[in-house]
Design a protein around this ligand. Structure first.
Ligand code: ATP
Length: 612
């Protein structure tokens, strides 16, 4: 296709609004292209020269472009001083329209779409001394060779301002239209379009390259699309999580599940193969050079083999054999001083999935099977609820998980990891495939919900505390044990283990105060089903917000004669440090707790009626 015809197509897309019409217009344009041109055109309508993960941004500065336009005008015997150009640009605002209005119409050589693409790619790859002048020269020649309308789009393109509103979904819709005939019975065609759309999207999810999908479709049809498989060097679009609010909801939804710590760092999809190792981020940008220790370790581990696997990279705190919080880990996201920073904050990578190994895709295998393979490749340092999350000795380790069908165990694991300073947990369906590019219930994240059924805070007397683990090791405190007061019995009854809500400084201060109150064994009048690492005299009171009050066999709060269960707070977090205005006996009472439970029950059933 001649580029000028392509530019006409772009102009009509520019005038189109609405995704359906955009897809129709694009389908018409695509149907005139060869397979090779299809890939190039698809990159270009998205303002790129390559798929986004290949990182070939043009983003030329406006001043360079103006100089190129000035030079093109000169070569076409229509010179205009740069100052005038600047004034006109200030009035028009768009360098594309400026070039179009100034370049004289008239006969030009016929330049193909592929040639313009190749010339732009050549310009984008010029680097080093003198490259700016070369860029101006080559761009000015290109502008002089194409029609004014074409120049409009080339100028916008090189500045990264070609905004046609054509997204991934529109391209997929357009590709469907180039394949499915529009003649036939409407319902059959609709079903066919849906089927083809799914196939194309599936292929796109595997290679993240719409240009490739378009070219293969054009050349080999759907048979070719079905052959697209994960390939080292092409990021797989990442599987995402749904969310649910409790262990109970999770188990109800997916049954027996693997539940993993949810690490808060950088997601890395790591590709190893004969051409080397490459890392990709959650947004499919290449991050290989940013995280050299991960790339090196992966190359060593998979020397002579090929693999695609995923993990979360976390900053490692060697002093405490623990991880850094996200605010520290994020300082590794940088383009300069990478080596210095990597020795200051080295990374560990907790591997949670493997998608491909030695030429074989594992994506359709059940999670359990992929996990088994993963555990054969990466060391498992910790398992289960009671173990603290010990970082792997080398760069890589398998993520920590439990396998359970007991909702209570999910919640316990959740409490444990939150107490260690992690974000929450991710539950995975044991027979789930790796669902590239989609968000479904194969993976479910459980973070603290801020939608409380229990909107009031409660004031709890602190009766004990736990040593810090994981990220909290160096603070020496990971959680506290809180109690309500039963005035009738003169007892402090445990109601929650609270591991969140304070800043690092807040935790440190609280530990200082609690240390002063330590006792050997439970102080008189303290009743608890849990045994903290340290008991303390009940003197400090903190305000706590929770999502819900539940019945619990573990906690003793509000338990009446003959009852098996007390009350417990779900997802508790402190909203204040110790309150100077309250004594331990001023804490929320066991009776108040019962009343709160009743209010919550009524609110929840009231909500149910409204909703129903
Ligand atoms: P979204 O999924 O809505 O885009 P996000 O990318 O901000 O959100 P979250 O939804 O909070 O992330 O959680 C999903 C992310 O958690 C994953 O992308 C991954 O980076 C990270 N993660 C941490 N631990 C795990 C794990 N064990 N398994 C899978 N992902 C994990």
């Amino acid at each position: 296709m001649i580029f000028d015809r392509f530019a006409e197509g772009l102009e009509s897309l520019e005038k189109t609004s609405g995704r359906i019409d955009l897809a129709k217009g694009l389908a018409i344009l695509l149907s005139e292209l060869s397979p090779d041109e299809t890939a190039k055109a698809l990159y270009m309508v998205q303002g790129q020269l390559m798929p986004p993960f290949a990182g070939e941004p043009m983003g030329m500065a406006g001043s360079l472009l103006l100089r190129a336009i000035a030079r093109a005008l000169e070569s076409l015997n229509a010179p205009l001083p740069e100052v005038d150009l600047k004034k006109r640009l200030a009035a028009i605002g768009d360098p594309g329209l400026l070039a179009e209005s100034l370049l004289p119409p008239g006969k030009r050589p016929l330049v193909s779409l592929a040639a313009v693409y190749d010339r732009l790619l050549g310009i984008s790859r010029l680097s080093g001394t003198g490259s700016q002048d070369d860029k101006i020269l080559h761009l000015s020649r290109l502008l002089a060779d194409i029609a004014p309308l074409s120049a409009r789009f080339v100028c916008r393109f090189v500045m990264g301002r070609l905004r046609l509103g054509v997204g991934d979904a529109t391209i997929l819709d357009a590709l469907v239209q180039t394949t499915v005939s529009s003649k036939g019975e409407e319902s059959a065609m609709k079903a066919e379009r849906k089927r083809v759309r799914e196939e194309l999207e599936g292929a796109y999810n595997l290679c993240s390259d719409l240009g490739r999908v378009g070219a293969v479709l054009r050349e080999e049809g759907l048979d070719g699309i079905r052959k697209i498989a994960p390939m080292v060097g092409y990021p797989v679009r990442m599987a995402l999580c749904e969310r649910l609010g409790s262990g109970e909801e999770i188990i109800e939804k997916i049954g027996r599940a693997a539940v993993e710590s949810k690490y808060d760092g950088f997601r890395c999809q790591i590709h190893c193969g004969p051409t080397g190792t490459r890392l990709f981020s959650r947004n499919l940008e290449e991050t290989t050079s940013m995280f050299p220790e991960i790339a090196r370790a992966a190359s060593e581990l998979f020397a002579g083999r090929s693999a695609i696997f995923e993990g979360e990279a976390l900053g490692y705190d060697g002093e405490n054999d623990s991880y850094h919080p996200f605010q520290v880990t994020i300082t590794r996201k940088r383009k300069h001083n990478i080596l210095e920073k990597s020795s200051e904050i080295p990374l560990k990578c907790l591997v949670f999935d493997i998608l491909y190994l030695d030429g074989v895709s594992l994506m359709d295998r059940p999670f359990q099977e992929r996990r088994k393979i993963l555990e054969g490749l990466f060391p498992v340092r910790v398992r289960g609820i009671a173990d603290r999350e010990l970082p792997p000795e080398g760069v890589f380790g398998a993520s920590r998980l439990i396998v359970t069908e007991d909702p209570h165990e999910v919640d316990l694991f959740f409490d444990e990891v939150v107490e260690e300073g992690f974000e929450g947990v991710i539950a995975k369906r044991l027979d789930g495939v790796y669902a590239a590019g989609s968000r479904n219930f194969n993976w479910i994240k459980l973070k603290r919900s801020y939608k409380s059924a229990l909107s009031d805070t409660v004031d709890l007397a602190l009766i004990g505390y736990y040593r810090g683990k994981g990220l909290r090791t160096k603070l020496g405190i990971g959680a506290v044990l809180g109690a309500v007061y039963d005035a009738g019995r003169g007892e402090f009854q445990s109601v929650a283990r609270i591991g969140s809500g304070l800043t690092e400084e807040g935790w440190r201060d609280l530990r200082g105060l609690l240390e002063e109150l330590r006792t050997d064994g439970p102080p008189p009048g303290v009743v608890s089903g849990l045994v903290p690492d340290f008991w303390v005299r009940p003197e400090l009171v903190v305000s706590v917000l929770a999502d819900e009050l539940t019945r619990s066999p573990t906690h003793r709060a509000g338990r009446r004669e003959g009852e098996e269960e007390g009350f417990a707070l779900r997802f508790p977090r402190m909203v204040s440090g110790p309150r100077a205005d309250k004594r331990a006996e001023d804490a929320t009472t066991a009776d108040e707790l019962r009343r709160l439970y009743e209010i919550q029950r009524q609110r929840l059933s009231g909500k149910g009626e409204e909703g129903g």
